[in-house]
Design a protein around this ligand. Structure first.
Ligand code: MG
Length: 183
């Protein structure tokens, strides 16, 4: 029987992929900050970094990163077969598998994550816009993955801020987060 891949190996690989492709947690957190600032007057960047980092603990997201970035890299090296190679390289308008994979990984964070993902898909901001403009590289999947991480981190933060405002005990907040952590 094949040996199971340890979760830690998967998480490290997914986090490394983001860094290798020029995406830092801080850059994603800046998007989260801009998204949540209108709803939270005292918001600081550190909370957005914490939330982005927490989202990267989720297996659903790690798996999406590994699949998506792998396809970007294979397309960049010309290693996909046609016609998929051309569609991924050109980020073809009607090719929506990049969005589908990214969208699939936000469901664990609820309706705010889903609607925010749709918003970021249209309004390319910050690092998402930068990736979109790096024409010598292929970021067809990565830009949507970054949008999904930012959307999930925003949703998580929105719920967390409400819990803190209502003075829920930290231990209760953590318990709920652990229960929400499907993967
Ligand atoms: Mg895309």
């Amino acid at each position: 029987m094949l040996e199971r891949v340890p979760c830690e190996t998967v998480e490290m690989a997914a986090r490394k992929k983001l860094i290798d492709r020029g995406v830092t947690i801080e850059a994603i957190a800046e998007i989260v900050y801009d998204l949540q600032k209108p709803y939270a007057a005292n918001l600081d960047l550190a909370s957005c970094i914490e939330s982005t980092d927490a989202v990267l603990n989720k297996r659903e997201i790690q798996h999406a990163i590994l699949v998506g970035v792998e396809l970007d890299e294979l397309a960049e090296k010309g290693l996909l077969s046609e016609p998929l190679l051309s569609m991924v390289k050109q980020d073809e308008g009607l090719f929506g598998v990049d969005e589908t994979i990214a969208l699939g990984s936000v469901f664990g964070f609820g309706s705010i994550a889903v609607t925010t993902f749709g918003y970021l898909d249209k309004q390319k901001v910050g690092i998402i816009d930068e990736l979109d403009n790096k024409k010598h590289q292929v970021h067809t999947f990565l830009d949507d993955l970054v949008a999904s991480i930012a959307a999930s981190a925003s949703a998580r933060l929105a719920h967390r801020i409400r819990d803190l405002e209502e003075n829920r005990r930290v231990v209760d907040i953590q318990k709920r987060e652990e229960e929400d952590l499907i993967g």
